[in-house]
Ligand binder design. Structure first.
Ligand SMILES: [Zn+2]
Length: 356
């Protein structure tokens, strides 16, 4: 069953329906779960539900055709406020919440949501990229989250509660979205016309770990082939950092000229590396092998050859995660790729050097 074309989150639909029917809809929500599984789409459908002119919100079934629904879909509804991180910024700018220096508290989301609704009787705010709230942005939201204006609903969309300050977490109802089932991802790829071949859809779904977004990024981008080469490189006891950096650089350049696309591509490389080291860690600790045969094969090779055991794998995970955070801080990407590969090679090298 798909709710309004959204697959895999029916239990959450029921939660919201029940809350609305009991008149117990909270005002502040934090949606969490992996990227690319439909959290943003879900938030917009909820906004349509709350703003639709023709159907009662307790049905949780917006018509999709009235003026309000159409405006929500086009992001032009005056009672829907949306904020996200601009591609060229490392954080969501404070101005978007409380107005720029000349209009402090007279513009921005916190001001606008306090106004009376223009059309319906609710106001809805969707704050995307909530992982990229810095301290001052988060602080500017606290009062609004603590006491949302009557009949207003704020939805923060992030990936994990851990990326939020405790002051934000404690003011929001946390709604957890699970990764999608493999067959759902495969089905969405086929139905959306992104791939035409069933076995390719299944393969992508397997690699995407429940995220349609991740699967789509891999479609036709050479990433699936690159993945095998990357896993092979990472599983060798002596990591060739120059070759690895060059290969990653080429892959990143193939993503296009725009910086956000290139950053996303490098994130995908790092995600794959982190997956690899996590599976390696699990294997070294006697856990289950990866479902994906390619991953399982290289993890097995690495487990037999990579010295330093779980400590090395853990150090590599930390290094990849830290590198991932630097990507969004606008660090020069070519340097970052080289640094990433060099440091990774160092970790391997240290593991191979016998302790005297
Ligand atoms: Zn409608």
């Amino acid at each position: 069953m798909a709710w309004q074309g959204i697959e895999g989150h029916d239990h959450l639909v029921e939660r919201f329906r029940s809350a609305l029917q009991r008149g117990r809809m909270a005002g502040s929500f934090l949606f969490v779960g992996p990227a690319g599984i439909g959290k943003h789409t879900f938030a917009l459908k909820l906004a349509q539900t709350l703003l639709c002119n023709t159907r009662p919100e307790i049905d949780l079934d917006p018509c999709g055709a009235c003026a309000a629904c159409t405006q929500v879909a086009a992001d032009t509804h005056p009672d829907l406020l949306t904020v996200s991180k601009p591609p060229d910024k490392a954080f969501i700018p404070l101005d978007l919440f409380i107005g720029d220096k000349d209009h402090r508290m007279r513009e921005g989301l916190c001001h606008d949501i306090s106004l009376k609704p223009f059309m319906g009787n609710r106001k809805v705010a969707v704050i995307d990229d909530a992982d990229f709230l810095n301290a001052e942005g988060a602080n500017s939201l606290l009062k609004t989250l603590e006491e949302p204006p009557p009949r207003s609903v704020l939805i923060l969309v992030g990936t994990t509660p851990a990326k939020q300050l405790p002051t934000i977490r404690s003011r929001c109802r946390i709604i957890r979205f699970d990764p999608l089932a493999e067959d759902v991802v495969a089905d969405l790829l086929l139905r959306g016309g992104h791939v035409s071949d069933q076995s390719e859809a299944r393969r992508l779904a397997q690699l995407a770990e429940g995220s349609v977004g991740r699967a789509l990024q891999m479609v036709g981008g050479g990433l699936v082939e690159f993945r095998g080469r990357l896993l092979a490189a990472l599983s060798r006891p002596a990591l060739e950092s120059v070759r690895l950096a060059e290969a990653v650089q080429t892959l990143v350049e193939e993503a296009g000229k725009e910086a956000p696309r290139r950053r996303a591509r490098f994130h995908q490389v790092l995600d794959t590396a982190v997956d690899f080291y996590r599976h390696l860690l699990r294997s070294l600790s006697g856990g289950l092998a990866a479902d994906d045969p390619e991953m399982a094969q290289y993890v097995q090779i690495a487990a037999a050859q990579l010295l330093g055991g779980t400590e090395t794998a853990a150090a590599c995970i930390d290094h990849c995660l830290e590198t991932g955070e630097s990507i969004d801080r606008n660090v020069h990407q070519t340097n970052l790729i080289e640094f990433w590969a060099d440091r990774l090679a160092d970790i391997y090298q240290t593991a191979r050097t016998p302790v005297r």
